[in-house]
Design a protein around this ligand. Structure first.
Ligand code: B12
Ligand code: SF4
Length: 504
């Protein structure tokens, strides 16, 4: 049997390289895109092939892989199954449009969707979108081949939520996969796209032109921060591939010429022995790529950062979130300000080139003073880069459940929306105030950096400037002070929309 696997992108999170540099090299049909590769479909393709199926991959960031072109491919070379993969709430409308277009191209081909948002909202999706026949909940490595082998008996496929006539049927959940070492490595060659290491911003910020890809060495997270849906997607469990299996893939990437790798693990820094073995393996095998990852500041592995640095880890991102203990506790972050300072300074002392801090502002109960304290705290940390996003509420998170309990959100009507907390929660400062405080905070941070760490700052600017025009550098530096134009704006809850006066 044959399958099309399509990754539907959020158009705010990729950009083609400017026209002159878009093709690489000109005429070979490949395009260069500033984005992360679609690891979900890259992971599933070789597994389906192992089961004897043919697979064609599509990624909508490619100018020739938009809904129209894929619909034409469906007509000319009809597959037996269409699988649509997308990550988040923000991409659901585009995924729905894709399903509708492909359904009209050939109404007989079953369409299955999967990914983080689809897994958490399966029943709602089937009720909402008649072009989608079923949702694969959770991991796809076992589910998708099982589904393809039993197209005429969907009731027997664990983890499938499907439509039986007018009824939506939720099959029993498929248990989490125990042995993640059993699968082949992702397919990084079939898509005619070179993914460029970059920042997903509205300014073209190319970080390097090295051959770049992502990789996943573990899944899940045992913590329960109130704004995050990873624990509910992975049943609060952390599972990993063995160091040997990870190193096998790393060797393959090295031999294929990859020189920059980003680990998309939710929490890479969890198991000391595994980290030690991976780092040792990278050094012993003389693997040439640099790599980056994300982790918690309280992990014991913080004292292994020297090993990681020796093994070419050049980027480390910490979820700092706030500069006050009150807000860290409100977010159930289970970390202290001391742990944050220690982790950041240990990373820098051990030679990690770029240490990044993720912060949020606009948390429940956060005051203007708390936000100013966060920026002051950030200024005192030895972070190289940082971002301060406004807190959002996504379905599947403890925060969402709080809002449903308080009557602010309604699961039935708001499930496919995303909200800035400042738009819906009266205990959060208004959006305008947050934006003003953020602009001032960024100005303080930039000034602080320039005067207190001028050499590091110039080095960083030089690194960013290598592949950017001066005009783009200036736009990048000014971007924190500008309002970002998103193709999909945050929503308002149904209750508030209903209360709005009718304009006619
Ligand atoms: C890397 C990443 C990004 C990258 C984008 C990567 C890319 N390819 O474009 C960047 C940084 C740009 C990003 C941006 C955003 N992200 Co993000 N991102 C991730 C992260 C950390 C890893 C994704 C990944 O590579 N996973 C590895 C692959 C192997 O897993 P997978 O794709 O889930 O695929 C598996 C299954 O889902 C399933 N599957 C996948 N597709 C299909 C299809 C079928 C048919 C079937 C049956 C199964 C199936 O099988 C696969 C193998 O088991 C996830 C967290 C996570 N653990 O998933 C968050 C996550 C997906 N992101 C999230 C969010 C919120 C966002 C943003 C909205 C954030 C923002 N600031 O605006 C944007 C929107 C981006 C978008 N919609 O494209 C949330 C989604 C929550 C939600 N309910 O919407 C997550 C879950 C993080 C979180 N903490 O909550 N993100
Ligand atoms: S934010 Fe990070 S630490 Fe918190 S639950 Fe999500 S993945 Fe785990």
């Amino acid at each position: 049997m044959n399958a099309f696997l399509i990754y539907v992108r959020d158009e705010n999170f990729y950009q083609l390289l400017p026209p002159k540099r878009t093709q690489s090299p000109p005429g070979n049909g490949r395009v260069r895109v500033m984005a992360m590769p679609p690891l979900g479909i890259q992971t599933l393709a070789p597994v389906l092939r192992l089961h004897g199926h043919g697979v064609r991959l599509f990624d909508t960031c490619h100018p020739q892989m938009k809904a129209e072109q894929i619909a034409r491919a469906v007509i000319e070379d009809p597959p037996d199954v269409i699988g649509i993969s997308f990550l988040s709430t923000t991409t659901y409308p585009a995924a729905k449009r894709m399903a509708g277009r492909l359904r009209s191209a050939n109404p007989r081909i079953p369409i299955i969707v999967g990914g983080a948002f689809a897994s958490g909202n399966s029943d709602y999706i089937l009720r909402d979108c008649p072009s989608i026949d079923c949702v694969g909940v959770g991991e796809g490595e076992e589910l998708l081949p099982d589904y393809m082998n039993r197209l005429d008996d969907p009731g027997a496929v664990q983890g499938l939520v499907w439509r039986d006539g007018r009824q939506i049927v939720r099959n029993p959940l498929r248990p989490l996969i125990r042995d993640l070492d059993q699968f082949p490595y992702p397919d990084r060659t079939s898509l005619p796209i070179d993914y460029i290491e970059s920042l997903p911003l509205d300014v073209p910020a190319v970080l390097s032109l090295k051959k770049f890809c992502t990789m996943q060495t573990s899944r899940g997270c045992p913590y329960s921060c109130i704004y995050c849906d990873i624990p509910s997607l992975t049943q609060g469990r952390w599972r990993s591939r063995s160091a040997a299996h990870v190193l096998g893939e790393m060797q393959e990437l090295n031999d294929m010429g990859y020189r920059s790798v980003y680990l998309t693990d939710d929490h890479f820094l969890l198991k000391r022995k595994r980290i030690r073995d991976i780092c040792r393996g990278i050094v012993e095998r003389k693997l040439e790529f640099t790599w980056g990852c994300e982790g918690r500041v309280d992990s014991l592995a913080v004292d292994q950062l020297a090993d990681m640095s020796r093994a070419n880890c050049t980027f480390l991102a910490f979820g700092v979130e706030s500069g006050t203990q009150k807000i860290l506790d409100r977010l159930n972050k289970r970390q202290t300000l001391e742990q944050i300072s220690k982790a950041v300074s240990t990373a820098k002392r051990n030679g990690i080139q770029r240490v990044h801090g993720f912060f949020v502002i606009g948390s429940p109960g956060e005051t203007k003073g708390d936000i100013r304290a966060s920026f002051r705290f950030a200024a005192d940390l030895e972070l190289d880069t940082f971002n301060f996003n406004r807190l959002c509420a996504y379905r599947g998170t403890p925060l969402w459940r709080e809002y449903v309990g308080e009557g602010i959100l309604d699961d039935e009507q708001d499930w496919d929306k995303w909200f800035k907390c400042s738009d819906i929660d009266p205990t959060v400062l208004p959006g305008e105030t947050l934006n003003r405080l953020r602009s001032r905070g960024y100005a303080l941070l930039f000034a602080h950096r320039l005067f207190r760490r001028p050499i590091q700052t110039l080095r960083l600017l030089k690194a960013f400037g290598r592949h950017m025009k001066i005009r783009d550098m200036l736009r990048l530096l000014l971007s924190p002070f500008r309002r970002r134009n998103l193709s999909r704006s945050p929503d308002l809850p149904a209750a508030r929309q209903a209360a709005k006066p009718c304009s006619s």
